[in-house]
Design a protein around this ligand. Structure first.
Ligand code: RB5
Length: 146
């Protein structure tokens, strides 16, 4: 899978470890490139969101302090279904039922260890169930611009 990743300064160290977690995938890193310079997370959310909706990448993963700002920003881009997830069950369900295409993680919420790795793996591997969930996801997407 081709995965777009980005972080702000708060998520930078986590993102470095995330790239290692994604060694079986093709990773496109949209920055930021250091933790020292304070940057604005919407700029990085936009890069990943565009990579996903343009189909340049299959999925996106964003990291900031909480995951919240990244998800709020990414969800403004038409076609994005970004979720903040810090547990394996939600990672799975966000794929099965919501067809999430961007995963947002909080570097101040979860450490980049085994749990984060499992969340990422489950989120990448779980398919969308479609059927009645496709109808509901379509209703979400129809809300864009409303
Ligand atoms: C940056 O200080 C912080 O606000 C950001 O990383 C993120 O947590 C926002 O939601």
């Amino acid at each position: 899978m081709k995965v777009a990743v980005a972080s702000d300064h708060r998520g930078y160290e986590f993102k470095k470890k995330l790239c290692r977690m994604l060694s079986e995938h093709t990773v496109v890193d949209y920055g930021t490139n250091n933790a020292a310079e304070s940057v604005d997370y919407p700029d990085y959310a936009l890069r990943v969101a565009r990579a996903v909706v343009s189909k340049e990448c299959d999925r996106g993963i964003l990291v900031c302090g909480t995951g919240l700002g990244m998800s709020l920003a990414a969800n403004k881009v038409r076609g994005v279904r970004a979720v903040v997830v810090h547990d394996v069950f939600s990672a799975e369900m966000s794929r099965r039922h919501n067809d999430s295409n961007v995963l947002c993680l909080g570097a101040d919420v979860i450490s980049p260890g085994a749990m984060a790795s499992k969340i990422v793996q489950v989120w990448l591997d779980t398919p969308f169930e479609g059927e009645r969930h496709a109808r509901r996801v379509k209703k979400i997407m129809d809300l864009e611009g409303s």
